[in-house]
Design a protein around this ligand. Structure first.
Ligand code: PLP
Ligand code: COI
Length: 356
C-alpha cells in the first residue's frame, strides 16, 4: 500500500505575499520564488511531515551528507496558465518517473506519487496567482531531494528532504544558440550517472562550459566518453536534428532522457515524420550541415523549451545552420506545444494535468 495515500499535507500560509513586488514583465530565470514551498522528510524508512510552508531558508548541519558526497537529485517542470485562468501541469508523471529513476541510481528513497503529484497540485493551487500567462512564460517547478544525515562516513544517508520550490519564469535562452562540440572533457560515461538528474552532472559541466563561453559559445555539445565521436546532449537540453522528413536525436544511457525531446518525437511521428533515436556521430552532423542535408537543429528542454541552434563549433571551425525563421518543423512544433500548453487547442494526447 502506498503509505502517502493517508498522509495529509499540512498547509501553513504566508502572512505576507511577495506577489505585489514581482515585475512579471521582467522575469530572470530562477531568481524570483513564489510564496510557498513543499517540504517532506524521510526518516526511519518513511516519508513524514509533508508540509506546505512559506518559502524560506533551511537550517542544516555542516555535516549534512549531501554537501559532502552529493546525494542530490532534482527535476524541472512547468505550470502554464490558460487564457481562461485554468492552471495546468505538463506531463508531470514523466518527471515523477525520472525522479525515482535518479533516486534509485543514487541509492536514495523513492518519492511516492501522492507526495510528488499530490503535493505539487496542492502547492500550485495555493500559489496559482504566481503562474504567469504571457506567451513564453510559466511557473518553473523545481522538485529536489538530498541526503540530510549529519555524518561523514561514506554511506547512503539515513534521512532525506524532498522539497518543491517554484519560480515564475520567461525564456531561459533569449536567442538562438552557438554551441561548441566538446572533445576534451566528458560529462558522462557508460555505467555512470548521465541519465540521472543529479546535481553532480551540472557541477562538472560548469568549468568546461565557462571555457567554451570564453570562446564566444553559449553552451557545449557533449560527446561520448570513449572516443568523443558521438553527439550526446547540450548542457541544459537534448539535441534534435532534421534531415529530410526525419527527426534524429542521439540516444544513450549517458544522456538525460528529456521529456521535451520525448514529446517532440511523439508529435513528429503523429504528424507522419520519421523519428530516429540512435547514435549520431559528430562527423554525420558536420557533413550534413556542410552538404545542406541537416536543415534544422535545436535544443529541447523544459527550461530551454525549443531553441534553434544556428552555429556549431568543431575543432576550430564554425559550421552555420539555415535561418531559424525558415525552419518548418521546429516552428510548427513550438507553435503546437505552446498552443497545447496554454490550452488553445484540444489536448489530443492527454498531456495537460489541470490543477483544480
Ligand atoms: N539534458 C539536460 C542535461 C537537462 O538539464 C535537461 C533539462 O531538464 C534536458 C536534457 C531536457 O530534459 P527535459 O526535456 O525533461 O526538461
Ligand atoms: C530544466 O530544463 O528543467 C533544467 O533542469 C535545465 C537547467 C535549468 C538545469
Amino acid at each position: 500500500m502506498n503509505e502517502a495515500a493517508t498522509t495529509a499535507i499540512r498547509v501553513e500560509q504566508t502572512r505576507q505575499s511577495k506577489l505585489p513586488q514581482v515585475d512579471f514583465n521582467n522575469l530572470k530565470f530562477g531568481q524570483t520564488f513564489s510564496d510557498h514551498m513543499l517540504v517532506a522528510d524521510y526518516v526511519d524508512g518513511h516519508w513524514t511531515d509533508v508540509s506546505i510552508v512559506p518559502y524560506g531558508n533551511l537550517s542544516l548541519s555542516p555535516a549534512t551528507s549531501a554537501l559532502h558526497y552529493g546525494q542530490a537529485i532534482f527535476e524541472g517542470m512547468k505550470a502554464y496558465r490558460f487564457a481562461n485562468g485554468t492552471v495546468s501541469l505538463f506531463r508531470p508523471h514523466k518527471n515523477l518517473e525520472r525522479f525515482n529513476k535518479s533516486a534509485l541510481r543514487l541509492e536514495m528513497p523513492e518519492v511516492p506519487e501522492d507526495i510528488f503529484i499530490g503535493g505539487l497540485k496542492t502547492l500550485i493551487d495555493l500559489d496559482r496567482d504566481w503562474v504567469p500567462g504571457a506567451e513564453g512564460s510559466s511557473l518553473y517547478i523545481r522538485p529536489f531531494m538530498f541526503g540530510t544525515e549529519p555524518a561523514l562516513g561514506v554511506h547512503p544517508s539515513d534521512s532525506y528532504k524532498f522539497i518543491v520550490i517554484t519560480s515564475p519564469v520567461g525564456a531561459y535562452y533569449h536567442k538562438s544558440l552557438r554551441l561548441k562540440v566538446e572533445t576534451h572533457f566528458t560529462r558522462a560515461a557508460e555505467g555512470g550517472v548521465g541519465f540521472s538528474k543529479n546535481a553532480g552532472n551540472y557541477a562538472l559541466s560548469l568549468h568546461p562550459t565557462r571555457l567554451a563561453q570564453q570562446e564566444g559559445f553559449d553552451q557545449l555539445i557533449w560527446t561520448d566518453a570513449n572516443e568523443h565521436k558521438y553527439v550526446e546532449e547540450a548542457g541544459t537540453a537534448n539535441l534534435l536534428f532534421r534531415v529530410g522528413d526525419t527527426i534524429i536525436t542521439p540516444s544513450s544511457d549517458t544522456i538525460l532522457h528529456g521529456i521535451t525531446r520525448r514529446t517532440i518525437i511523439e508529435i513528429a511521428r503523429h504528424w507522419g515524420y520519421q523519428a530516429e533515436e540512435r547514435k549520431v556521430s559528430v562527423k554525420e552532423l558536420i557533413d550534413g550541415i556542410e552538404d545542406g542535408s541537416v536543415t534544422e537543429a535545436f535544443a529541447a528542454g523544459t527550461a530551454a523549451t525549443l531553441t534553434p541552434i544556428t552555429e556549431i563549433g568543431y575543432e576550430g571551425r564554425i559550421y552555420t545552420l539555415p535561418d531559424p525563421a525558415k525552419r518548418v518543423f521546429s516552428n510548427k512544433v513550438l507553435q503546437y506545444l505552446n498552443d497545447l500548453r496554454y490550452g488553445r487547442i484540444d489536448d489530443e494526447f492527454g498531456w495537460n494535468l489541470i490543477v483544480d
